[in-house]
Design a protein around this ligand. Structure first.
Ligand SMILES: NC(=O)c1ccc[n+]([C@@H]2O[C@H](COP(=O)([O-])OP(=O)(O)OC[C@H]3O[C@@H](n4cnc5c(N)ncnc54)[C@H](O)[C@@H]3O)[C@@H](O)[C@H]2O)c1
Length: 307
C-alpha cells in the first residue's frame, strides 16, 4: 500500500515521524518555501506547491523513495479493506488523535465526506462521549449515523442552537474541520462575503466552517483541521480564538505514523474501512465518476477505480 505522502525517511522531520513535512521529497520546495515560509513534503496528486507529482489513479505510478514509504499488508485482507490506509483513514484518525479525546468529550465533525466519515469512526473508537456530524447531504449523514454519530443537517436546522442543546449550553470540547476551503453555507452572511471576495480574487479560500468552529467551541477546547486550506482567508475571529484559549492543530497527514496501529485495528475487526465505498468502476469511467462525486449524485461518497 502506497501512502499519498512522499517522504525520504532520513531527514530531521522524518526522523521525528513528521512525514508530511519531509524536507527532501518536494521537488518544488523553493516555490513552496516562498509561498509558505517553509514547504512541506511531496504529495501524490496535489498541487505544484507539493511537488507537482501526478496522482495515483492510473495504471502505473512512479513512487519516489519506495523503499521507505510502502506499507506491507497481509494477504488475508481484501484490497478494499486496506486501500484507505493510504490517505483518508489515517487522516480521520490523526484529526481525532489531535483532539486528545477524553471520555467526557463531545466531538463535532464538520463534513461527512470520506474524511469526515473516518473522523467520526475514529472519534468513536477513541472513546468520545458523543460524536456529532454536520453536513447537508442526507446519505452522508446517514452513513455517519450508522458509525455512531448524531447528525445535524445545516440546511434544516441551526447548527449553533442544536450544538448548544447537545452540550447543555457549554459547547463541544473538540471540533474537527473535515470540509476545508470549499465550505458551503445557507443563510450565512459570512459565506456570502467569502463568495464575493473569491469572485473578485481578493480571497482564495472560504472559511465559514473555521469561523463557526471558533464560535461554538467550548473555552479551552481544541480545533483540529484536516480540511485543506490553500492560501489566504479573511475575517477569522482571532479575538474569540485567543480569549477562549483554543488550541489549533492541523496538517497534512503523517500517514505512516499511524498505519501499523490502524492495520492492527482492521485485522482485529475493530473497523472495516470498506464501509465508505459506494461505487466501484473501471479507470475509463473515472471522468464520469468525478462529476458524480463532485455533484454528490447517486449517493456517491467514495469511488474506487480498478485499472
Ligand atoms: N489533511 C490531510 O492530509 C487530508 C487528506 C485527505 C483529504 N483532506 C481534505 O479533507 C477535506 C475533506 O475531504 P473529503 O474527501 O471528505 O471531501 P468532500 O468534498 O467529499 O467532503 C466535504 C463535505 O463537507 C460538506 N460541507 C460543505 N460545507 C459544509 C458546512 N458549512 N458544514 C458542514 N459540512 C459542509 C460537503 O457537503 C461534503 O459532504 C478536503 O479539504 C480534503 O482536501 C486532507
Amino acid at each position: 500500500m502506497v501512502p499519498f505522502t512522499i517522504f525520504c525517511g532520513e531527514c530531521e522531520q522524518c526522523q521525528r515521524g513528521n512525514y508530511s513535512v519531509c524536507e527532501r521529497s518536494n521537488r518544488n520546495r523553493a516555490l513552496a518555501d516562498k509561498a509558505f515560509g517553509h514547504g512541506g513534503a511531496g504529495l501524490f496528486g496535489y498541487s505544484h506547491l507539493t511537488g507537482g507529482y501526478a496522482g495515483g489513479q492510473a495504471e502505473f505510478v512512479r513512487v519516489p523513495f519506495a523503499d521507505t514509504t510502502h506499507i506491507k499488508v497481509p494477504s488475508t485482507l481484501t484490497d478494499e479493506q486496506v486501500l484507505f490506509l493510504g490517505d483518508i483513514f489515517p487522516t480521520g484518525w490523526q484529526a481525532a488523535v489531535q483532539c486528545d479525546i477524553q471520555p467526557t468529550d463531545t466531538v463535532v465533525v464538520w463534513g461527512a465526506g470520506p474524511v469526515g466519515q473516518f473522523c467520526v469512526r475514529s472519534a468513536v473508537l477513541l472513546g468520545a462521549k458523543q460524536v456529532v456530524v454536520i453536513d447537508n447531504v442526507p446519505e452522508r449523514l446517514s452513513m455517519a449515523e450508522a458509525g455512531g454519530a448524531i447528525a445535524i443537517n445545516f440546511d434544516n436546522e441551526s447548527v449553533l442552537s442544536r450544538l448548544k442543546d447537545l452540550t447543555n449550553g457549554k459547547g463541544p470540547e473538540k471540533c474537527i474541520d473535515a470540509v476545508g476551503l470549499e465550505a458551503h453555507a445557507t443563510r450565512s452572511l459570512d459565506s456570502m462575503y467569502d463568495r464575493v471576495k473569491q469572485a473578485m480574487m481578493l480571497e482564495s479560500d472560504r472559511a465559514h466552517v473555521l469561523r463557526e468552529m471558533i464560535y461554538v467551541c467550548r473555552p479551552a477546547g481544541v480545533l483540529s483541521i484536516p480540511g485543506v486550506y490553500g492560501g489566504l482567508v479573511d475575517k477569522i475571529p482571532v479575538g474569540a480564538l485567543m480569549n477562549k484559549g483554543l488550541t489549533v492543530r492541523t496538517g497534512q497527514t503523517h500517514v505512516n505514523r499511524w498505519t501499523d496501529d490502524l492495520l492492527r485495528r482492521i485485522e482485529e475487526g475493530q473497523i472495516d474501512p470498506s464501509f465508505v465505498i459506494t461505487h466501484t468502476v473501471g479507470l475509463d469511467q473515472g471522468p464520469e465518476m468525478y462529476k458524480t462525486f463532485r455533484d454528490k449524485q447517486d449517493g456517491c461518497v467514495k469511488v474506487i477505480l480498478k485499472p
